[in-house]
Design a binder for this molecule. Structure first.
Ligand code: ZN
Length: 163
């Protein structure tokens, strides 16, 4: 039994999917990305779970510690929370999810390619005054672009690998 991210739902053979666990929030995502695949998925035996708030907080905490949090979506956090909360492997090709799982000392498996084992730490760096700060648990999240403004000089913050 494993937690499957949406890439696995899209690309794994249907026979491999049966009996695994997914987050309720993935249903809408899957339906949006591939209505045809969603029809197929509905016919198989998957366990759809709502994510307990405490598990979500734990996931947010782990992702803030590794610094990956600003680039994780709500659905990403849901599958991460399920894998951490249930203490089972997460199937994902998202290197930020893999990195967070590795940093938390948990297992992830890749959908296709070989997964990264090295843990990266990320921090926020100001593009103006270059000051750096750790990623906070209430950081604003988006898949691209800026991740907030510098409190000192107002310039955009970017995510950089910690040295
Ligand atoms: Zn600054």
């Amino acid at each position: 039994m494993r937690v499957l991210d949406t890439a696995a739902l899209l690309h794994w053979p249907v026979t491999e999917l049966t009996g695994n666990i997914c987050a309720m929030s993935q249903q809408a995502e899957l339906e949006r990305v591939s209505p045809q695949r969603w029809m197929l998925i509905q016919a198989i035996d998957l366990e759809w779970r709502e994510v307990p708030v405490q598990w979500l907080e734990k996931a947010r905490q782990c992702a803030a510690q590794s610094g990956d949090l600003p680039r994780l979506s709500d659905v990403d956090l849901d599958v991460l929370a399920l894998a951490l909360g249930l203490n089972i492997a997460l199937v994902t090709d998202d290197y930020r999810l893999q990195n967070t799982m590795n940093a938390a000392g948990r297992n992830s498996k890749s959908v296709g390619t070989a997964g990264a084992k090295q843990v990266w730490k990320w921090e926020l760096r100001c593009t103006g005054c270059r000051v750096t700060q750790d990623v906070a648990e209430d950081v604003s999240r988006s898949k691209k672009g800026e991740v907030g403004e510098c409190e000192r000089c107002g310039s955009p913050l970017v995510l950089k690998r910690k040295r």
